[in-house]
Design a binder for this molecule. Structure first.
Ligand SMILES: [Zn+2]
Length: 399
């Protein structure tokens, strides 16, 4: 039976697995029950060496070739938001009219379900090619993208040659996205009685000048040379001002910024730009820093990292992209659209930090992510499972 026929045969199996995953909630740092469910699914699909790492990410493999290809699905989801905006309960896992409904269906348990089916197809074909194909079901992505992979690579010594993120791409092939970072600006003033503001130095007015300086910095940011990723951005996402009383000149201010980084931009460039913009606007007594992520995983392990998620892309003629295009064309008779994500994925660690080539291919639409009434298409699950099963064969010819 061909890979396409297998994926079709397992269409309902893919949909059922996705539905079951949705029914067991798993938010960042509370993924334990969903990981237990996935363990069962991995066993049922015939994966070997099924195990979890220190942060609780689950791995299983098919094949034992010299090179390593990884399919990654983060299996945590964001919360449900306003429950009154959902037509069906957010964790219903309802299967109806060719769709699977519920939180995580597109972002990105659909990718996880298609991976399990692909493993089953490869196992039944007794795949014994050049690759060890690992299937990774990773944690804490929604709170801190890439942390799980930074941990696997830097702490657990996990080695890989290629990776595929199965975040939603509407079954297009993606080869990059902008990076991002969070920036905290702390500003000091001098408090004085509200009746005599001239005796103090207002942290509020400094914060206002700083915010306007960030606005004009955003307008000055340039796009990347080839225009693939577009322009970086910076936005003030929060301002807090405090002083000793409502009747005083405030002496402390904090501005929080979300910075999106295009090709050629990194954390030190972005921080320097902010420092220069504030100084040019006449703001003094300020510090600029990158905050840290520091929440323990469900396993209890605390693994910190600064809130920096490096930009990544690989060229359109890279062996992994070409193999992806050929795998898709071989199945469907036409090339997929090659593009990029708007949002951020675990590739920030795998490719952004560690320069291991990544592509993206996943069922469902990026626009469904974090939205109420999230759905995925069973057609997409079928398509993605066929693509994942075909990729190792195409990649063997290229790399
Ligand atoms: Zn996601």
């Amino acid at each position: 039976m061909s890979i396409l026929e297998q994926a079709k045969k397992y269409r309902d199996y893919s949909a059922r697995n996705l539905s079951e995953m949705i029914k067991v909630p798993g938010f960042s740092t509370t993924e334990k029950d969903r990981i237990e469910l996935l363990k069962k699914m991995c066993r049922e699909a015939g994966m070997e060496d099924i195990h979890t790492d220190g942060l609780g990410s689950l791995l299983g493999r098919v094949g034992k070739g010299k090179k390593v290809l990884v399919f990654d699905a983060h299996i945590d989801t964001v919360g449900i938001g306003d429950p009154t905006q959902w037509r069906n309960p957010p964790h219903s896992g309802l299967i109806k009219d060719g769709l699977v409904h519920g939180r995580g269906s597109s972002d990105q348990l659909g990718g996880a379900a298609s991976m399990i089916t692909a493993a089953r197809i490869l196992k039944e074909a007794a795949y014994a090619g050049d690759f060890t194909v690992w299937f990774a079901f990773t944690v804490i992505e929604e709170d801190c993208d890439g942390l799980c992979w930074k941990h696997l690579i830097e702490e657990e010594g996990f080695k890989l040659d290629f990776a595929v993120s199965t975040e939603p791409t509407s079954c297009r092939l993606y080869r990059g996205h902008r990076g991002r970072m969070e920036i905290q600006i702390d500003i000091k003033g001098i408090s004085a009685h509200g009746s005599a503001p001239e005796r103090g130095e207002s942290a509020a007015y400094k914060a206002a000048r700083a915010a306007l300086a960030i606005e004009s910095l955003n307008a000055r940011l340039k796009p990347d040379d080839d225009g693939f990723l577009g322009k970086g951005t910076i936005v003030v996402s929060q301002i807090k001002v405090q002083g000793p009383s409502q009747c005083a000149v405030p002496d402390q201010a904090m501005l929080y910024c979300d910075r999106r980084l295009t090709w050629g931009e990194n954390d030190s460039i972005a921080i320097k730009q902010v420092e220069e913009a504030l100084a040019a606007a006449g703001v003094d007594k300020f510090t600029v820093k990158m905050p840290e992520y520091a929440q323990p995983a469900y396993t209890g392990k605390l693994y910190r990292q600064e809130l920096y998620f490096p930009t990544w892309k690989i060229p359109a003629d890279h062996a992994l992209v070409v193999a992806g295009v050929e795998a898709y064309s071989g199945l469907y008779g036409a090339a997929p659209l090659v593009d990029k994500w708007t949002f951020s994925t675990n590739c920030v660690a795998i490719c952004g930090r560690h320069k291991i080539p990544c592509i993206g291919f996943g069922p469902g639409d990026e626009s469904q992510a974090h939205a109420p009434n999230e759905i995925n298409r069973i057609d997409d699950l079928e398509k993605a499972s066929a693509f994942y099963a075909a990729l190792p064969y195409s990649l063997e010819k290229k790399a």
